[in-house]
Ligand binder design. Structure first.
Ligand code: NI
Length: 176
């Protein structure tokens, strides 16, 4: 199979507002190829996560790949993790606000309330059921990508329009 980097759907594309169906056959070549193309697309971007609808595939596959990049200089380093049919339950009751951005919504950042700790269940690319606890920035990335599977973007969770800023202002803020 030929693996290609894919264009990113931008806010306003209807696919970003659809509920993605579950994946029945993880071993299918289309699913395996999709995962490889998402990994490549992410590698070629400065993102820390990607959801299949963002590359115009309405299906329940996300990648969580926290790493320090020019868009997120403070992000912790982890191996990119492909998560199929992911689900989560919060292990905290209080939400915490922190900055998020999205490859589908370039140029801005916003403070988004998320659970700081979550229990996640997903299937790996090999079809294995996995259970992990995620915390902090990685838990935030997961919740952001998970929302994409349900037709939500992070702006939908912003509490106040004043929590939305330009990326330029964001970089000034974190450099201060
Ligand atoms: Ni996003």
């Amino acid at each position: 199979m030929e693996i290609q980097s894919r264009p990113i759907a931008q806010l306003g594309e209807s696919i970003l507002r659809e509920i993605a169906p579950v994946i029945d056959n993880i071993a299918a070549e289309t699913v395996q190829q999709l995962a490889q193309e998402m990994l490549l697309t992410l590698e070629n971007s400065s993102g820390v996560g990607l959801a299949a609808p963002q590359i115009f595939e309405s299906t329940r596959l996300i990648i969580v790949a926290s790493r320090p990049t020019k868009r997120y200089p403070y992000a912790p380093e982890m191996a990119p993790t492909v998560m199929i049919n992911p689900e989560y339950t919060p292990t905290d009751t209080v939400l915490e606000k922190d900055w998020e951005g999205c490859l589908s919504i370039p140029g801005i950042r916003a403070l988004v309330p998320r659970y700081p700790s979550i229990r996640v269940v997903y299937y790996s690319l090999e079809g294995e059921r996995k259970e992990v606890t995620l915390a902090g920035f990685v838990a935030r990335v997961f919740q952001h990508e998970y929302d994409h599977l349900n037709g939500l973007v992070y702006l939908d969770r912003v509490e106040n329009n004043r929590d939305i800023i330009s990326e330029q202002a964001f970089f000034k803020l974190i450099a201060a």
